[in-house]
Design a protein around this ligand. Structure first.
Ligand SMILES: Cc1cc2nc3c(=O)[nH]c(=O)nc-3n(C[C@H](O)[C@H](O)[C@H](O)COP(=O)(O)O)c2cc1C
Length: 317
């Protein structure tokens, strides 16, 4: 399939692994890129030297295009960006910050910039500041989705911006990819779906919980890390939010340090009694743990099957 996104990033399939902290590690990022998608290595939470090592590790595993994700809220974001530029990483995705300084730095060596946005104001600002594409995040998403669902947010923005859109939030299969394309996006990023893949470092117990939980089993709250955020509905999440509720709003950002600990417990220890797992509503559509290559193959097959089903409907009298 050819879209402005596949052309921009030089990839075969319009499918991205988003830069999920502690999940989008070198092995899984390389697996998605090797399979013809774009793996985005999460570097936001890493120290500069760890960022260098992680990028070099991806390069040792694949010679296909890949990206890095920089969460600008983290204190090392600018230092990490310097390393990304020095190593000439092909694609840079930034989130949770303005990033107006980033595009000139990345364009200098021919890299591409994709800005994560949740509304029109952020989308216009990112386009003005030189982003080459947008990662538009709907309400269904794991972590920091906006107020508006993907179904409405994607076409609302696609009609107004000139740069191509990658849709994220609620996409986990071929029907979803086809829907995103219909809405005006030119690729999807699948966070929760790849978090439950063979190459994902998420603990087996937490992967099992993703398969067991249904679509409504999530909580969307600003009382976890201070920003509206979607997490899996578990005892650990309910405890963490109860503590957050007693933290004054202006101190919630400090509370985010506790949030890191909770995230690590869920991802690395499979502890959902104390830990918190970021997850999207699409968990309700996930019931297996295939390899990244199998996920991508399956999604592209589902696109073809769904298209022929719809063509059949069009042809019927
Ligand atoms: C475990 C996990 C960790 C995440 N960490 C980050 C992060 O560090 N930075 C970021 O911009 N988005 C992060 N996200 C959100 C994803 O980038 C993406 O927006 C989201 O997964 C899309 O929704 P979906 O899960 O329905 O595909 C994370 C998502 C998950 C599931």
């Amino acid at each position: 399939m050819k879209t402005r996104i596949t052309e921009l990033f030089g990839i075969e399939h319009p499918i991205l692994l988003p830069g999920m902290s502690w999940v989008a590690e070198p092995e899984i990022a390389a697996a998605v890129s090797e399979a013809g998608g774009l793996g985005i290595l999460a570097c936001g939470h890493l120290l500069p030297e760890q960022t260098r090592e992680a990028i070099e590790k991806v390069r040792s595993l694949t010679d296909k295009p890949f990206g890095v994700g920089l969460t600008l809220l983290y204190p090392t974001a600018r230092q990490n960006a310097q390393i990304v530029a020095e190593l000439e990483v092909p694609v840079v995705n930034f989130s949770l910050g303005k990033g107006e300084w980033l595009a000139p730095m990345i364009h200098q060596y021919g890299g591409k910039v994709i800005a994560t946005v949740i509304n029109e104001k952020h989308a216009f600002a990112a386009q003005r500041n030189g982003a080459d594409a947008l990662l538009v995040t709907g309400h269904e998403a794991a972590a920091h989705g906006g107020d508006v669902t993907s179904l409405v947010l994607i076409p609302a923005l696609a009609n107004k911006v000139d740069i191509p859109i990658v849709a994220t939030g609620g996409f986990g299969n071929g029907q979803g990819l086809l829907a995103a394309l219909s809405l005006g996006a030119e690729a999807v990023a699948m966070g929760s779906r790849f978090a439950a893949s063979k190459e994902s470092p998420v603990h087996e117990r937490t992967k099992q919980a993703i398969m067991d939980k249904s679509a409504p089993d999530t909580i969307y709250t600003d009382r976890f890390d201070g920003i509206n955020c979607r997490v899996m509905k578990t005892p650990g999440a309910e405890k963490s939010i109860a503590i957050g509720e007693s933290v004054p709003k202006n101190q919630l950002a400090g509370h985010a340090m506790n949030a890191f600990k909770s995230l690590s417990l869920a991802i690395h220890d499979g502890d959902l009694d104390e830990g918190v797992q970021l997850i999207g509503q699409v968990q309700g559509l996930i019931d297996d743990v295939p390899s990244c290559a199998d996920i991508i193959k399956r999604v592209m097959n589902e696109v073809e099957q769904t298209l022929s089903r719809i063509n059949g409907l069009m042809e019927a009298d």
